[in-house]
Design a protein around this ligand. Structure first.
Ligand SMILES: C[S@@+](CC[C@H](N)C(=O)[O-])C[C@H]1O[C@@H](n2cnc3c(N)ncnc32)[C@H](O)[C@@H]1O
Length: 336
């Protein structure tokens, strides 16, 4: 019976998911800091009153709202995440999930053809939510990653596919001598620039606008960070990115590759396995890596691997490699 219940609830979990995503897209949570009446709210949101009441009841049943005397209010424990302008907000990543809805609904096409089924090119707002969504996810864990990067002794760092520059901004704040170069696609650089400007860091960063496959990386870097980028590229572009990185680093310089990982059988961790299908749908040949595939990629470009750190939440791996260093024995994998 437990199995039956599991299958049925997984089969329609997208109903619950759409209740949440539609509400975030409508910014409902932004209006429910205090108890609010659905009639007034339907006018503000320009939606149908009866339908809105149904949606608010559904949100209450899912635990996101409190309902009292036919008025609704955010539950405190979720409010910070669901209100769009709060420090802890994750509404960009939720809107990004909302935007992926139709593509995922057409998964069957990608399974038949083996090709992505991106419904259309992202407009500026969609790109913003994708890139800012990365910040929504990493802002809670950024110190886990950067505490394992040797940036305090570095002067020049290249951050490839920096997105919202969450890690770079943190490293620049912690090491005042550090200067950064970001290589990324134009829509991502737009968001990185906004965030760097807001934090007074923009003058310490230069920008190379374009893809790893076409751009010159520059030279003399102490560190190169490639975090959560390689899974979106096909394997021959990944190889090019690693080879160019090797040439762009100083002797003794370090490369850091941060990725979701798969076990050797490619069946766990569950979220990372499902994410491979997200890459099938949304990229031209992207996929997650097993840890040995990542290590091979790094060593084939000429690096010696000096550290491999696995993080549990979310399940990612950081591979550190050195150019022309003396180490030749990788340290054993350490868990975190
Ligand atoms: C998932 S985000 C990762 C952002 C950030 N590094 C992080 O770890 O949170 C992927 C980034 O890779 C960038 N990207 C995708 N394809 C790229 C390419 N061919 N060359 C350079 N950057 C690329 C995207 O624009 C985006 O900023």
């Amino acid at each position: 019976m437990k199995e039956l219940k599991n299958i049925l609830s997984l089969g329609r979990v997208f109903w619950d998911s759409q209740v949440l995503l539609t509400s975030v897209k409508l910014k409902i949570f932004d209006y429910l800091g205090d108890f609010n009446d659905p009639k007034a709210l339907s006018k503000k949101l320009k939606v149908n009153e009866r339908a809105l009441k149904m949606l608010l009841d559904a949100l209450s049943s899912l635990g996101f709202l409190e309902k009292k005397d036919n008025l609704y209010k955010n539950r405190d424990k979720y409010a910070g995440y669901l209100v769009s302008d709060s420090e802890e907000s994750i509404t960009s990543i939720l809107i990004h999930y909302y935007n992926m809805w139709n593509d995922w609904g057409n998964l069957i096409e990608s399974i038949k053809t083996g090709k992505p089924n991106d419904r259309k090119k992202k407009d500026q707002e969609e790109s913003y939510h994708f890139i800012n969504g990365m910040d929504n996810l990493t802002k809670f864990y950024k110190n886990n990653l950067i505490s394992n990067i040797d940036f305090m002794n570095s002067k020049r760092i290249l951050d490839i596919g920096s997105g919202p520059a969450t890690y770079l901004r943190e490293m620049l704040k912690k090491n005042e001598k550090l200067k950064g170069v970001i290589l990324d696609l134009p829509q991502a650089i737009l968001v990185a620039k906004q965030k760097l400007k807001k934090e007074g860091l923009i003058n310490r960063v230069r920008f190379i606008e374009g893809g790893v496959e076409e751009k010159d990386f520059g030279s003399d870097y102490d560190i190169i960070l490639i975090s959560q980028v390689l899974h979106a590229l096909n394997r021959s572009v990944c190889k090019i990115a690693l080879e160019k990185s090797f040439n762009a680093l100083k002797k003794g310089g370090k490369i850091y590759i941060h990725e979701f990982y798969l076990n050797e059988r490619r069946t766990a961790p569950k979220d990372n396995v499902i994410f491979c299908l997200n890459m099938l749908i949304h990229s031209d040949g992207g996929d997650n890596f097993t840890i040995s595939e990542l290590k091979d990629l790094v060593t084939s470009a000429g690096f010696f691997i000096t550290n491999v750190i696995r993080f549990k939440k979310p399940p990612t791996v950081l591979v550190e490699g050195v150019k022309n260093n003396y180490y030749s024995n990788p340290k054993p994998i350490s868990g975190k």
